[in-house]
Design a protein around this ligand. Structure first.
Ligand code: SF4
Length: 187
């Protein structure tokens, strides 16, 4: 914080909140209160995270039709707590379901960065995993992992709705092993 602005008269509300936040954070770290709160909240936070998996409602190519089918009453993916939202600010999961072209790659990276922690990435289908039928095309990347870290891979061309549901169950198991409480450690 700028020293001349720390004078009581010159401080504005944003700086005051930052100052209090920094002091509070340091005090919690020194007293190990942070670890204690993490320990207390870990199980509850983990339970709620793995039972409310909210992916971004976003389709790249044909696999996204299967994603839509997973929503239908026949498959009813919502019974697993999977609820699609249309803004990255409200989701936990980036579900990539098509070939990643060099043109779309920066947008995928930006969407990923806009998702708050904790967040996960699912590569749905051969295109997202390795480029699929377009693997040797000049403008297609060999998988979305070249752009963002991937947590779960779901093979198939196309991926069946049952396989997509299975992918979410795999992610749920992965989250179950993560030990993150109220104070998150970024990946
Ligand atoms: S994996 Fe197959 S079905 Fe899925 S987006 Fe690629 S070409 Fe289409």
């Amino acid at each position: 914080m700028n020293e001349e602005k720390t004078g009581i008269a010159g401080i504005n509300s944003e700086e005051l909140m930052e100052w209090i936040g920094n002091g509070f954070g340091k005090a919690m770290e020194k007293t190990r209160l942070k670890d204690f709160v993490n320990f207390l909240t870990e199980r509850l936070w983990n339970w709620s995270r793995r039972n409310s998996l909210w992916p971004l409602h976003w389709g790249l190519m044909c696999c996204s039709i299967e994603m839509a089918a997973a929503f239908s009453p026949r498959y009813d993916i919502e019974r697993f707590g999977v609820l699609f939202r249309s803004t990255p600010r409200q989701v936990d999961i980036l579900l990539v379901n098509g070939p990643v072209s060099r043109k779309v790659a920066p947008s995928i990276r930006r969407l990923y960065e806009q998702i708050p922690e904790p967040k996960w990435v699912i590569a749905m289908g051969e295109c997202a995993i390795c480029g699929g039928p377009y693997y040797d095309s000049y403008n297609i990347l060999e998988g979305v992992e070249k752009v963002v870290p991937v947590d779960v891979y779901i093979p198939g061309c196309p991926v069946r709705p049952e396989a997509l549901i299975d992918g979410f169950i795999q992610l749920r198991e992965k989250i179950k092993k993560e030990k993150k409480g109220m104070f998150l450690q970024p990946k």
